[in-house]
Structures are given as C-alpha cells and as structure tokens.
Design a protein around this ligand. Structure first.
Ligand SMILES: NC(=O)c1ccc[n+]([C@@H]2O[C@H](COP(=O)([O-])OP(=O)(O)OC[C@H]3O[C@@H](n4cnc5c(N)ncnc54)[C@H](OP(=O)(O)O)[C@@H]3O)[C@@H](O)[C@H]2O)c1
Length: 291
C-alpha cells in the first residue's frame, strides 16, 4: 500500500482515533484541532500538527473531517482553499446537511464523500467498526482501501445524503431501543427485579423478535398489512396493560403512550385486525427522491 499524506481535522474522540489508525497504517498524517493541545499526543506518535486549517488541508491529499456537527464543519472549512482535495466528512448530521457540504465542496473544487461511522473510538480500525459512505463513487473507489484502515467500508450511492439517511434511521432505532431498555429497567426495579437479572431475558426476547422486524419491513415497503399475526388490536390491549402496570408502579409511561397513540390511530380507523406494522402509517413520511 502506498502511503499518501492524510489530514485529519478535528481531534475529539473520533478524530483522534482516526488519526491514530492512519498513523498505524504508515501514512504521513497532519492534524488540526480548534484547541491545539489535543494534537500533542498525536505529534508524539508521529503526526504533524498544522497551525491553521489551510495549512492542514494543503498537507493532505485526503482530508478527513470529524468535528461535532455540520455547523462546525462549515466554520472550520469557511474560506479555506480546498481545490484539488478529497474531503471525507465523518461528522454526523442530517441528509440535507451532507448534501449542502457536498455542494459546497463541488463549488470549491473538491471531491466529496460523506461517511457515517458505526464504531466507538476504541474499535476504530477493528472488525467491530464499519463506515457507510455516499457521494463521489470515484473517491470511494480510489480511497476505500485507505478508509478500510478505519473499518469495513460500504458505499451506498452517489447521493451524498444517503449515508446520513441510513444513519438517522438506524440511530432513531437505536435510541428507541435504549429508551425501551431504560423503561424496562425502571419497571423491573420498581417491581423488585434487578436490571442485571432482567437484561439476559430481554436480550433473548429481542433476538427472537428479529424475524418479526424483517417481516414488518416487507409490509412497510409494500404497504400491505393484511398479515396480522401480531394485530394492532392485540398490541393496543398489550400496551394498555403495560401502561397500567407502569402507572401502578409509579413509573412514567410517556414512551409507551407515544407508541400506543400510533396504534390507537390505526385502530380508530377500523384497522385493528391488521398488522402492527401499519402503525408506521401514523407517522407519515412518504418516500423522497434524492435531490
Ligand atoms: N465518538 C464516537 O463514538 C462517534 C461515533 C460515530 C460518529 N461520531 C460523530 O463524529 C463526530 C465527532 O465526534 P467526537 O466523539 O469526536 O466528538 P467530541 O469528542 O465531542 O469532539 C468534538 C470535536 O469537534 C470540535 N469542534 C466542535 N465545535 C467546533 C467548532 N465550532 N469549530 C471547530 N471545531 C469544533 C472540537 O474541538 P475542541 O477540541 O476545540 O472542542 C472537537 O475536536 C460527531 O459528529 C459524532 O456524532 C462519533
């Protein structure tokens, strides 16, 4: 593998791990961070610290950005000459924000790939790390081996917002799960059950539930909900029981209430015998074409 010069802008938890992975891969690595002190440990490990963003961008053929949010990305890159550079933006944001940065890059003579990282800093560069990318196919093709130093790379298409589109959906699912876990732990605790006793059972049930989610996804995509093995009416009743139990145990039930409201709306429209997956229709969200 040739060792092209790489720049990393932003040395928070993710950026630091990214710079370390490129250094381990033998790449001359230039780093920049708003608070300069965060570069010191990396410099001891062989990185070069740039005094300005412009200097850092000029030093790297590939420029990886990992700052807090897209507003910070705009602030960091504002007025910087990025002509001829390849920008890989690993900063989380909305699909439209990613598209806007991609447009800005194109207007300013840079190529652009957006990346959504599925890892924690400690797992960057291991088999437990993956990056979903979208934007320039040429950048993906040219740099995927180098980006592979960070984790398994998957290209999702030319729309720079697509990786973020997956990301916000996956993270919404994750926070729903975490919210569910927190609620389960509180309910268990109120009933005298330890969270550590509950969790293996909860995990086992969630694993058993996976096939249902795959079936629900097919129903959502085809908007055909006649299946009904897990009907809206049955789930409406189940949710009401959970809410009564939470109330009796003095645990707030706002999360359950929100799910029940989605189900209630479909049942009120006379669809109680149809599949629970139909509750997605209470959320709206029609398919969008990339702009
Ligand atoms: N950590 C993870 O496990 C992980 C995983 C996947 C995705 N991500 C995403 O990666 C991005 C970075 O995450 P992180 O964990 O590295 O965050 P972090 O540790 O909080 O670091 C934030 C970084 O952004 C910089 N920053 C914030 N506002 C700035 C501004 N206005 N101008 C210039 N620099 C600014 C900070 O600079 P200072 O040091 O000067 O404050 C710091 O380098 C986020 O979008 C996050 O969602 C993180």
């Amino acid at each position: 593998m040739t060792t092209e010069a790489i720049t990393v802008l932003g040395l928070g938890n993710l950026g630091r791990a990214v710079a370390e992975a490129f250094l381990r891969g033998g790449h001359p690595t230039t780093v920049w961070n708003r608070s300069a002190a965060k570069a010191l440990a990396l410099v001891e490990g062989g990185a070069t610290a740039a005094a300005t963003v412009g200097e850092a961008v000029a030093a790297g053929e590939l420029v990886v950005v990992a700052v807090l949010d897209q507003r910070a990305v705009r602030e960091v890159l504002h007025g910087v000459d990025v002509r001829g550079r390849v920008l890989v933006n690993l900063t989380s944001g909305t699909p439209d924000e990613a598209r806007a940065v991609a447009r800005w890059a194109g207007e300013n003579g840079a190529e652009y790939l957006h990346g959504a990282v599925y890892a924690v800093p400690q797992t960057i560069g291991t088999a437990a790390s993956s990056i979903n990318c979208s934007g320039s196919a040429a950048v993906h093709e040219r740099w995927r081996e180098r980006l592979g130093l960070l984790g398994k790379v998957t290209f999702l298409g030319a729309d720079a917002g697509r990786a973020s589109g997956y990301d916000v959906a996956v993270l919404a699912g994750m926070y729903g799960l975490i919210g569910g876990f927190l609620h389960a732990a509180a309910l268990a605790r109120a009933g005298g059950i330890k969270a550590t006793e509950l969790t293996p059972m909860l995990l086992s049930w969630l694993v058993d539930l996976h096939p249902a989610l795959v079936a629900f996804a097919e129903e959502v995509d085809s908007a055909a909900y006649a299946g009904g093995e897990s009907s809206l009416a049955m789930n409406q009743s189940g949710l009401a029981t959970l809410i009564r139990a939470a109330e009796a145990q003095g645990v707030p039930f706002a999360g359950l209430d929100a799910v029940k409201a989605l189900v209630d709306r479909q049942v009120a429209e006379g669809r109680g015998a149809e599949s629970l997956a139909r509750a997605v229709e209470s959320l709206g969200g029609s398919p969008r074409r990339a702009g």
